[in-house]
Design a protein around this ligand. Structure first.
Ligand SMILES: N[C@@H](CCC(=O)N[C@@H](CS)C(=O)NCC(=O)O)C(=O)O
Length: 254
């Protein structure tokens, strides 16, 4: 469980569920979907990533990597989207989103989604779609360097700083990892409605934002017939609408 003791003490007095999140953030989408599935009331603290609203002393005092989402549950700070949705399902168990037959396999899907985020999802999305839209000014760069202590994120953001840009080789490398994962996902969905079988679980919530964001970036999903069928099945789901399309109707237009 990724619980943080914040240096920004103001959040410790918050009552109920509060979510710091971004409209276009795939990691925020999975938390919003889970809150919707559970019918939980929550207070929104929206941070516009394009305006770099996450790069502030106040926010780094809540989430030390300056990333969204962050969930505050009665003053306790939770980070890491896949851990947050697991936490929400444990603490607010109805309706259960935990695979009854194979919880470990379900958690593996969550871990896989986390593990490919910085190496593959982020570079693909930045290179194909958003790096220009989130370009930092020199002042924002300086502030980011001051606040960020995580080496992996410093290296990632240095790649599109000061006029530099992700290029074709970053897309090719990211695509290799994504392809392995989506081959695995398409195979898992063969003859099944959802990733874990007939039960809708956290695994589906963890992966559908990746599909939504990547298809918006032009990722070629046409040959994945099972993934396409699975993704179409979300269109009328209330949690998909409340967690994803209400905040970000179309990622290709962000
Ligand atoms: N492993 C983290 C990743 C969070 C993350 O990278 N969030 C992105 C949006 S999806 C973000 O805050 N980006 C802003 C930045 O990198 O500065 C999680 O799952 O919560």
């Amino acid at each position: 469980m990724a619980v943080i003791v914040p240096t920004n003490k103001s959040v410790e007095s918050l009552k109920g569920l509060h979510l710091y999140h971004g409209d276009i953030s795939n990691c925020s989408m999975r938390v919003r979907m889970t809150l919707s599935e559970k019918g939980l009331d929550w207070t929104s603290h929206h941070l516009d990533l394009k305006k770099k609203e996450n790069i502030s002393d106040d926010y780094f005092g809540i989430n030390p990597k300056g990333l969204v989402p962050t969930l505050i549950d009665n003053g306790v700070v939770h980070v890491e989207s896949n851990e947050i949705i697991d936490y929400l399902d444990e603490h607010y168990p109805k309706p259960s989103l935990r695979a009854v037959d194979n919880e470990q396999e379900m958690l593996e899907w969550l871990r896989l989604a986390t593990s490919i985020h910085v190496p593959a999802v982020k570079p693909y999305v930045y290179a194909t779609m958003i790096q220009k839209k989130v370009q930092k000014t020199a002042e924002e760069e300086k502030k980011y360097q001051e606040l960020q202590s995580n080496t992996e994120l410093k290296e990632f953001h240095a790649k599109h700083a000061g006029g530099k840009a992700f290029g074709d080789e970053d897309v090719v490398r990211a695509k290799q990892t994504l392809e392995e994962c989506f081959d695995k996902l398409d195979n898992a969905l063969e003859g099944r409605s959802w990733i874990m079988g007939e039960q809708f679980t956290l695994a589906d919530i963890s992966w559908i934002p990746l599909h939504f964001v990547l298809i918006g970036c032009g990722y070629p999903f046409e040959n994945y017939k099972n993934i396409t069928r699975w993704a179409n099945a979300f269109q009328n789901k209330k949690s998909y609408q409340e967690g994803i399309t209400k905040w970000c109707p179309d990622f290709s237009k962000v």
